[in-house]
Each structure stands twice: as C-alpha cells, then as structure tokens.
Ligand binder design. Structure first.
Ligand code: R5P
Length: 289
C-alpha cells in the first residue's frame, strides 16, 4: 500500500500516514509558468494498492485537475489499484438540475474521476448522498460526526441540550447526531419565502428556550445559513449556540459572521486545510485522520 498526497491538504495526509505507521509516498507536483500542472511519482507503484488523498476544495478546479493528473500518473505507472480519498468533495451541491439548461457538475466530476482511472473512492460527509450513485465504481462514505460527537461528549457542555438542523434539508443528519448525543431532542429551522419579492421568513420547529443548542450541518460556506439560524435560536431563548460541521469551506464573509459573538464555539474538522487567517478564538478544529 502507498499513500500519496496532493497539495490541497498535506498536513491531513501526513496525519493519515502517521496513523497507519507509513511514510507518505514521494511525488513531485508543480505548476508551469502558464499554470499547467506537472506530476511525477518519485517512487515505483508497480503492482501497488495506491491511495491518493486530495480534498477538492477551493481552488476547486485546480485541486480537481491535480487529482486527475495524479490518478493518470499512477495508472500509467502500473499501480494495481487506485483509491482516491476525497475528504471534501467539491461540486457536491451541483447534484441535480434545479432549473432548465443547468449542468450536473457532481456527476461530471464523478465521471471524470472514474475515467481518469480510479478504482475506488472514499468520500466524507458528501453534501448529497444521491451523488454516491453517480459513481459506477465502489464508494465508501465516511462521516465526521463520530469525531465531533466524541469531542462534545468530552466537554459535558450541559444536561439540557437540543440539536438543531439549520435547514430542512439537514434533518436526517441532525436526527442521527441527536440520537448519538444522549438522545437529545431535535429542533429544525424552516426558512421560506411567503411570495415573490418578499424576504425569507424563518420559523423554528421545536423548543430551544433555556437550552444549549448544538447546530449541525455538513458544511459552512459563507456562514449565512448557520448564522441566521443561530440568530433565530437566540431570539427564541437558546442559552448558548454551538455550530458543528465537517467541512469548513469558509468563503467570505464567513469569518466575520462566525467570530461576531453569536456562537459559543464553532467546531469543524480538518477535511479542508485552514490557513491562519481563517482561524479565530471560538474555532475548534478536530482531526478526521
Ligand atoms: C446547504 O444545504 C448546506 O448543507 C449548507 O447549509 C450550506 O451550503 C451552507 O452554505 P452557507 O454557509 O454559505 O450558508
């Protein structure tokens, strides 16, 4: 078995290799002056089971292309099998045609990963589980929840918890989380437009008054969803609000929103590498290695 890392999150790849007691494989990845990507494996993979670790996070197109080229290099170097480990799968939100004449980019990315030569895929908390069916090769879907649950259990935050889904689409995920978090009750934020040209109205389904609210989502991107839901929870009497998510995408203005004082703590995993300037005092990053 050999593990190679792309450039998107080398520290996570190193942690995975250390956990397995192996060294990362040697690979040269560089950019030419015009932006083209060059990849060369610097050790033999002939007959090996190869694992390539690369979240396809921002810059998503760069990271995806780099992964395609890594797969191609392994295939042409006679690897026995190629498993791509994608801790964060970019484009997963483009999983259907919501309007006419749109692309289904998650399906396209799955096709291209297979076409490049992957034999198997491991993804973590993919935004839409239906996208798992876009691959015609085996897919393992793993979750960030166990790491976050262990952390919360170790903190013993409060006896009076409520798990909250910040939108209706996340109810199944939040319900599973609540069950494992001491069978906590569930609340749901329901956001809807009352009509054309009218602003969104948020309703809370469930009771958060006097409770510590643990909001669960797969990702925080601009933090609009989770911050507006947190504001509603505070208005409805929640004592404190925690945000938990696997993927810290953190596009602007996420940092301003998350560090603005509404959250007691923001708990994420390291599926995406966070630079220093995206870290703030309330942030806890757990390892999914
Ligand atoms: C939506 O369905 C997702 O689960 C996230 O809630 C959403 O993508 C987060 O985006 P943002 O942080 O920009 O509101």
């Amino acid at each position: 078995m050999k593990i190679f890392s792309g450039t998107a999150n080398r520290p996570l790849s190193q942690e995975i290799a250390a956990y397995l007691g192996v060294d990362l494989g040697k690979i040269l990845i560089k950019r030419f002056a015009d932006g083209e990507i060059y990849v060369q494996l610097q050790e033999s993979v002939r007959g090996c089971d190869v694992f390539l670790v690369q979240p396809t996070c921002s810059p998503v197109n760069e990271n995806l292309m780099e992964l395609f080229i890594m797969i191609d290099a392994c295939r042409r170097a006679s690897a026995r099998s190629i498993t791509v480990v994608i801790p964060y799968f970019g484009y997963a939100r483009a999983d259907r045609k919501a309007q006419g004449r749109e692309a289904i980019t998650a399906k396209l990315a799955a096709n291209l990963l297979t076409e490049a030569g992957s034999d198997r895929v491991i993804v973590c908390d993919i935004h839409s589980t239906q996208a798992l069916g876009y691959f015609d090769i085996p897919v393992d879907h793993i979750y960030g929840q166990p790491v976050i649950l262990d952390y919360l259990a170790s903190k013993t935050i409060s006896e009076d918890l409520v798990v909250v889904s910040p939108d209706v689409g996340g109810v199944v995920r939040a319900r599973a989380f609540a069950k494992k978090l001491f069978d906590a009750p569930l609340a749901i934020v329901d956001k809807r437009r009352q009509g054309h040209n009218m602003s969104e109205v948020m309703h809370l389904i469930g009771d958060v008054k006097g409770k510590v609210a643990i909001m669960v989502d797969d990702m925080i991107d601009t933090a609009g969803t989770i911050t507006s839901a947190a504001t509603l929870l505070k208005q409805e009497g929640a004592e404190a609000v925690y945000a938990c998510c696997t993927h810290a995408v953190f596009s602007p203005p996420a940092i301003e929103r998350l560090s603005g004082g509404i959250f007691e703590e923001v708990i994420v995993t390291n599926s995406i590498l966070l630079p220093e300037d995206k870290c703030f005092p309330q942030l806890t990053v757990l390892s999914m290695a």
